[in-house]
Design a protein around this ligand. Sequence first.
Ligand SMILES: Cc1cc2nc3c(=O)[nH]c(=O)nc-3n(C[C@H](O)[C@H](O)[C@H](O)COP(=O)(O)O)c2cc1C
Length: 638
Amino acid sequence: MIVIQSAVPLNASSTPFWPVQTAPTHPIIRSCPVKETALDPHFSGDMKRPKQTGAHPDGKKLFTISSLVSGVAVAGSAILCPHAAWLAIPWLLYTGVGVHDITQKRHTILRNFPVIGHFRYVAEMLRDPFRQYFGDGDADRPFTRDQRSGVYAAAKGDKQTRPFGTQLDVYKPGYIWINHSLSAKTPAKKEPRLKVGGPQCKQPYAISRFNVSGMSYGALSKNAVLALNKGAKLGGFYQSTGEGGLSPFHFAQDIDIEAPNFDFDQFFVQNKDKIAAEGGDLVWQIGTGYFGCRTAEGNFDPQLFAERAKLPTVKMIEVKLSQGAKPGHGGILPKEKLTRGIAKLRRVPHGQDVHSPPTHKTFDTPRGLLQFVQQLRELSGGKPVGFKLCVGNRYEFLGICKAMLETGIYPDFITVDGGEGGTGAAPRLFTDHIGTPLDDGLVFVHNALKGIGLRDKIRVIASGKVTNGFDILTKLALGADSVNAARAMMFALGCIQALQCDTNNCPTGVATQKPSLVKGLDVNDKFVRVANYQKATIRDMLEIIGAAGLDSPSQIRARMLHIRDRQGNDRTLDTVYPNIPAGSLLKPATVPEDLKKDWEIATADAFVPPGVVPEKRKMVSLTVLKDGKPQEEDVEDW
Ligand SMILES: Cc1cc2nc3c(=O)[nH]c(=O)nc-3n(C[C@H](O)[C@H](O)[C@H](O)COP(=O)(O)O)c2cc1C
């Protein structure tokens, strides 16, 4: 595999800082698997598009039928020939193991695929001894085996020590580390939480530094949503709903929403006290589809929003502008996953893919976005309101910054998602080639807010391939206040990276709506794992903070992290990602050279400033031959 590194540090020259190398050693090195894409036959224009594959047979049905058929065969053989009675032993063994698999609750794969599922565990067991002979195997994508194993161990509360020393090459370019202190501190037992919500907000929220990133009910199964919500409640962190709206499962209520007479509005009225007492903290995400606060025509419904936003476990509101895996593209829920209940919940027609529009209908300028933020804050009774985006054109974000200065309206938080972010379903080229990677986007947002003098009024939340406490620290060092994880939380739920989220065949019941697969995910087992994972990750982060001689994660700075450059030298992260001086965007004379052009053209009155996009070409009518007949067609002129 050839990996071309594409690190272009903010304010630095565009000369690649990292060398061409064989594999990234740390997520901070952004990589672009060019060779693989170019050689992939699916990529070639003259090849057919790949078919959606991966439909799993119903494992439980397969087991039941095979057990019954073989049982009848064994009984028949024994009647015809008494010596054949010994065949009952393997049959009993087979059936016994299968029944045990279906009734146990720890392993979803075994519940969903009795007997046959054991092969996966055997393969897992043999993997490490065989790796000595057959190569590395850590090249799994998008998350390596090592990253996933770390999450599984933390979620199960397994031992987290490593024998024999690090497996990383500490001299490889891109290797990253933090220096310890001779005056190391005893790690704090409890994480000091952060206040979100400025003076414009009446109900500030205390957030943990590690929360569940937005994943809709629809993309995830009801059991996955239930387990994440109960895990959030147990661990005291938040779950973002994703753009699919609020469901009973986001309030820890396991209710049959597929029942024909189920009424969502009644559910929220009738269960008010129950959901307040039992639900975990939520960030309600509002995407372009306005699911959960949508009129019949697909517009934003202020009254419905106000009713639901006031629910006590809804702690913050997040307007979704874009997401790293598919920026510039609306959300997609494949029709295979759209049950009647989900269609009713989202107020969309059943039987077809759900495509959210790429942009919001309620605003089309930076100023309009902030007015919408203000409206949501008022309608919710003063809860913190922010927005989520993957950084795209820099002048667009700077336009939002100018709008903040001009209107005096500030979001309470901004969530920055990296181009490396995950999704349930997205067009492949959007996931591969669109959107700023997290580290670059995060530093840019941090700098922009610092430059306009508002960094201390707005919290920055980061998401993009965070799996462990050290990952969290690197994002905090680059400018985040808090970090979200989506896929790592899925691993805590038992996801095995089967890459079937868009087919409705997720074998672990996490990202499917097939009742037989969903049933395999035992909520009571998995919610504890989610809480364990979050707690262990925060604990690990606090231990590193203590070893570095710091009392709180808020004291981490980019200069405290070291990275090996292409010459093999040790550089601190602040030299790779320099910060701009506070307030430097406020006076023309102090605007940093790197931001000058974007800052000058950015405007509060349009996401795309006038003159930036070349004019559309004039259309002219041309006579073309279609099936041998002349026809008029509108084409672009020179
Ligand atoms: C199954 C799935 C569904 C997602 N749904 C949403 C969504 O509804 N809204 C959103 O803003 N992001 C969504 N995301 C993106 C995540 O919230 C997150 O921003 C991104 O995956 C980066 O985090 P990660 O690297 O920890 O997964 C989804 C991701 C996954 C894997």
